[in-house]
Ligand binder design. Structure first.
Ligand code: PGA
Length: 253
């Protein structure tokens, strides 16, 4: 039997409470679908999302977390509070955090460590810009993001890290990487994780992100190096998210 794929939705700064009720309505059939499901709502909505998703087997995570555990860090959200709320994971290093909020690899490394030490899984996002791709720098950029972002992580935490490869030029642009392009990059990342960072084969899980939607998900998720999808825009509606999970389910059979 094939491994279960991941469908993780990143809602970014969208949705109000009423949208959450609407999203989780009529998703009862999602429970039977064989795939790992996750959603990252805005932090204020974590408790409500956790409550509404509980009967549906959907993991809830944060979109970001502080690099420090406690203290004078106005406006930040600690990994302790995220865990206490009942979330099971957090994104770290999403390209919007890297580019709009100037988060660098060393800060992201601290965030990864803060999250792992609070028992949260980490979805660590990496990806190159269009300019970097055009200059043939893609793999160098990804290697740097991985080696610096995952520096000095004890081996016992490796199974709690999921990678999301999200080419910046494909996020929210409608311009999706071809399945072959994505698969080829995932393969390079996989080799790097195994050979340089000493992850075992099973520990390397890589989601693809960037304009994934129901109409292109099957081709992307069918590729052998793509373990799932991190989905922005197309995860906002319950029916689209359900559709993506159905596609993942058929590939796990
Ligand atoms: P998108 O976003 O699916 O809307 O391109 C993906 C992401 O930012 O994680």
């Amino acid at each position: 039997m094939a491994k279960e794929k991941y469908i993780y939705g990143n809602w970014k700064m969208n949705h109000l409470k009423s949208d959450l009720y609407e999203f989780f309505e009529d998703l009862a059939s999602i429970l039977e679908l064989k795939c790992h499901k996750g959603i990252t709502p805005q932090s204020l909505h974590l408790p409500l999302a956790i409550e509404l998703s509980r009967p549906l087997g959907i993991q809830i995570g944060a979109q970001n977390c502080s690099h420090k555990k406690v203290g004078a860090f106005t406006g930040e959200i600690s990994t302790k509070a995220i865990f206490e709320a009942g979330a099971t994971f957090t994104l770290v290093g999403h390209s919007e955090r890297r580019h709009l909020f100037f988060e660098k690899n060393d800060l992201l490394n601290e965030k990864v460590k803060a999250a792992l030490s609070e028992n949260l899984e980490v979805v660590f996002c990496i990806g190159e810009t269009l300019e970097e791709r055009q200059k043939n720098q893609t793999f160098d950029v990804l290697k740097k993001q991985l080696s610096e972002g995952l520096k000095d992580i004890p081996k016992e935490f490796f199974s709690k890290i999921i990678l999301a490869y999200e080419p910046v030029w494909a996020i929210g642009t409608g311009q999706v990487a071809t399945p072959e392009q994505a698969d080829e990059t995932h393969q390079l990342i996989r080799q790097y994780m195994e050979n340089e960072l000493q992850f075992s084969k099973e520990e390397v899980i890589i989601l693809y992100g960037g304009s994934v939607k129901p109409s292109n998900a099957k081709d992307l998720l069918s590729m052998s190096n793509i373990d799932g999808a991190l989905v922005g825009g197309a995860s906002l509606k319950g029916q689209d998210f359900l559709e993506l999970c159905k596609i993942a389910h058929t590939l796990a059979l």
